[in-house]
Design a protein around this ligand. Structure first.
Ligand code: KG4
Ligand code: ZN
Length: 337
């Protein structure tokens, strides 16, 4: 499977076998280009994808030690994401599939993040599973009853967890994207007199991070605490709520496993807290498959291909944030519960 990802600011291609074994995974990040704007500029991203898409695909094939002659199917991210960015990778994938007469699969980006868990060596994840998807654009708790079957049980009502990290990074004067930099600063900090709020949203499995972000703004303006101290307490507040709600829901549902996905899943404190609080095994992909990459798209497409699914070549990208879209081909026979 040749897989392509271009939903945001990484141009990525991968060669994946049977949806589980990565032969090559190439990610060309545009982060330096966007850094001076303090965020991703959609038009700049699209143009950069156009420049990078061919070299990135060629490099993935080369590293995998193969040519297009060895490829059996092509997959590309269909959404959600930036429309202009998605179009580049999606149309490149379609063109290769059309030119080579290969099956084509359009993949939901969020489903891709979840399937990064299938790239981990060893036994496959078991159903029913509770997925915590924490990225720059999403913070969702999703029950996965079987392959391709998703039910969203909670999620953020305002900022996504990654977005909160990025905004706090900006408030603290750290480089873009803030997430990894805030995490690094937090390692230098520790407990103090500073106590930031946790929005528990009692009675729901929803999240809210905008109040926490405002509290950080006031704390920075006050000037009483240094950057590591603020970063540490902010990270603890986010991790506390994410791990607390995920562990409680996994207990209530009696799931077999917890699957963590998305860029924020590479956060060390979140990984530790989820593992120590959840009553069931917690699976988290290695950091390079948590942030955007194409190997995860190849993993999600791999199981759909095995089920005989194909995407029509006249189908367009979609730009909604929608688990129903990911579930639309749900194979009933694969139901876990
Ligand atoms: O999944 P991803 O690569 O892109 C989206 O689909 O959004 O997630 C990117 C997000 C960014 O907000 C970034 O700051 C955050 O993941 N992130 C982190 C860490 N590494 C990446 N947040 C906290 N701690 C990290 N170590
Ligand atoms: Zn992503």
């Amino acid at each position: 499977m040749l897989a392509i990802e271009s939903s945001c600011d990484e141009t990525a291609a991968a060669v994946v076998e049977s949806g589980r074994r990565v032969r090559a995974s190439i990610v060309a990040s545009q982060v330096d280009l966007h850094a001076r704007y303090g965020g991703v500029v959609p038009e700049v991203a699209s143009r950069q994808h156009l420049l990078k898409i061919r070299p990135v695909i060629e490099e993935a094939l080369k590293r995998a030690g193969c040519t297009l002659d060895d490829i059996d199917a092509v997959a590309a991210t269909r959404g959600p994401g930036l429309a202009g960015a998605l179009l580049v990778g999606y149309n490149a994938g379609k063109a290769i599939a059309y030119g080579r007469n290969l099956p084509f699969l359009g993949v939901n980006h969020l489903e891709g993040h979840v399937y990064a868990n299938w790239l981990i060596e060893g036994p496959e994840p078991r159903f029913p599973a509770l997925c915590l998807v924490v990225s720059g654009g999403h913070t969702d708790l999703v029950l996965m009853r079987g392959h391709g079957q998703y039910e969203r049980l909670g999620g953020t009502r305002d900022d996504a967890a990654g977005e909160a990290f990025d905004k706090v990074g900006r408030l603290l004067g750290l480089p873009f994207p803030g997430g990894p930099h805030v995490a690094k600063q937090a390692e230098l900090g520790g407990p103090s007199a500073l106590s930031l709020p946790r929005a528990w949203m009692h009675g729901t499995f929803d999240f809210s991070f905008s109040g926490l972000k405002t509290a950080v703004l006031h704390t920075v303006r006050e000037g009483r605490f240094d950057t590591p101290t603020i970063a540490w307490e902010f990270q603890e507040a986010v991790v506390d709520v994410l791990a607390g709600k995920t562990s409680r829901l996994s207990r209530e549902l009696g799931v077999a496993e917890v699957l963590v996905a998305g860029g924020v899943a590479s956060n060390t404190r979140l990984r530790e807290e989820l593992r120590s609080r959840c009553p069931v095994p917690v699976r988290i992909p290695p950091p390079e498959y948590c942030t955007d990459n194409a190997a995860m798209i190849g993993a999600a497409a791999g199981f759909r291909l095995a089920l005989g699914q194909r995407s029509p070549l006249d189908e367009d990208i979609f730009t909604t944030n929608d688990w129903d879209e990911a579930s639309r081909f749900a194979p009933a026979a694969a139901a876990g519960v």
